[in-house]
Design a protein around this ligand. Structure first.
Ligand code: FES
Ligand SMILES: [Fe+2]
Length: 371
């Protein structure tokens, strides 16, 4: 391997990928018959729940003169713009009424649409499908259906518990994602006396393989220094524990750990809010310790600690990034980050040329690093 292969200058492009489902808000934050705003991929959204509790997402700008719709009135069915009172169906965005029209004015109200987006509730979150931005001047029409389903956390029993965590970070989605998959920061960022110290660094070898739109880390003897494993080892012997960690475009990291009938599953996403801002959302589901009431709070505490350590690290990192430093990625510890950039480039390339994604990872590969 020559020097260029092991050491690369890499500039995150902060490009955001449209055409995917994104988490926009924890489901419990969205109440019936109330409107709320959220920005995702720089798209302003007006969100709400209809009288039945079904969530919806409208483009947060009235098609008449651009008033944000979240500050309008909502009767459980239609959103009324606060400027001139135009009314729109909350789900389809179709205009229902223009109060200023006189009876002899024949404007076809139902041909007007407020922008709307496919919107679903799944695993404690409201998700919105954000398509490629329409070419300017395309006008408003009913939203197309999402071409694929919302990502779902795999569950392996009927009964389970779940919890979520969320934290905003002042860095681009690229830094958020590569920080998430970076194995080398653990001993430095995630130290705690009850957890591990810098002195517990040792060499690791992990097997990776390409999967559709991403890659998988498969390990049969799990690394001994991760929270769920430590807990699982109380229940099952280390050899019976299997784990997989997948990363899939645009921003999905899922981890599944199984030990006999016990399991732990999580889906972490890093969502671009704007070009320079992202949010990390972790949802975990598990059936361990079902009857021990303190364990969920313990797990929550551990995860909250981790996420807070990552958040405050990236807040500091943002200070350095302001000055546009040259950055580098090294093998093997930063190889997952390189794969992320390569996958993103391949996706954009496939989108431009209409072909299939040319997967940048040829086959199974073993990576080594110390952490
Ligand atoms: S701006 Fe919304 S009704 Fe006029
Ligand atoms: Fe971390």
């Amino acid at each position: 391997m020559n020097g260029n292969e092991t050491l690369e200058r890499q500039q995150p492009d902060a490009l955001m990928l449209y055409g995917f489902w994104y988490r926009v808000l924890p489901a419990e934050k969205l109440h019936r018959n109330q409107l709320q705003k959220a920005v995702t991929l720089e798209v302003p959204l007006a969100l709400g729940r209809d009288g039945q509790g079904k969530p919806f997402a409208l483009h947060d700008a009235c098609p008449h003169r651009g008033m944000p719709l979240y500050c309008g009135r909502f009767d459980g069915k239609n959103v009324e713009c606060s400027y001139h009172g135009w009314k729109f169906d909350a789900h389809s965005g179709q205009c229902q009424l223009i109060p200023s029209l006189t009876s002899d004015q024949k404007l076809k109200v139902d041909r007007i649409y407020a922008g709307s987006y496919p919107c679903e509730e799944r695993d404690s979150y409201i998700w919105v499908f954000l398509p490629e931005p329409a070419p300017s001047g395309a006008g408003f029409s009913k939203a197309a259906e999402a071409p694929f389903a919302v990502p779902e956390i795999p569950k392996f029993s009927e009964k389970y518990r779940s919890a979520y965590l969320t934290a905003e970070m002042p860095v681009s989605v690229d830094h958020g994602i590569i920080g998430l998959m970076d194995p080398a920061h653990g001993p430095f960022v995630h130290q705690a006396w009850w957890w591990r110290t810098q002195h517990s660094i040792y060499e690791k070898r992990k097997n990776f393989e390409p999967i559709a739109n991403g890659f998988r880390m498969s390990a049969h003897t799990p690394s001994s220094n991760s929270a769920p494993y430590k807990l699982l080892r109380l229940y099952a012997d280390a050899d019976s524990i299997t784990t997989t960690i997948d990363f899939v475009l645009p921003n999905l990291r899922s981890e599944t750990i199984r030990a006999g009938k016990y399991w732990f599953s999580s889906l972490t996403t890093v969502t671009p809010i704007t070009r320079n801002h992202c949010r990390i959302d972790v949802v975990a589901c598990w059936n361990l310790f079902y009857s021990l009431p303190f364990v969920p709070s313990l797990l929550r505490f551990v995860f909250a600690k981790f996420v807070e350590q990552d958040r405050s690290t990236m807040e500091l990192q943002a200070e350095g990034l302001k000055h546009n430093p040259h950055l580098m990625l090294i093998d093997d510890a930063d190889r997952p980050a390189k794969w992320y950039f390569a996958l993103k480039a391949a996706h954009l390339e496939a989108q431009r040329n209409g072909g299939e994604l040319k997967h940048p990872i040829a086959g199974p590969v073993t990576l080594k690093w110390r952490s």
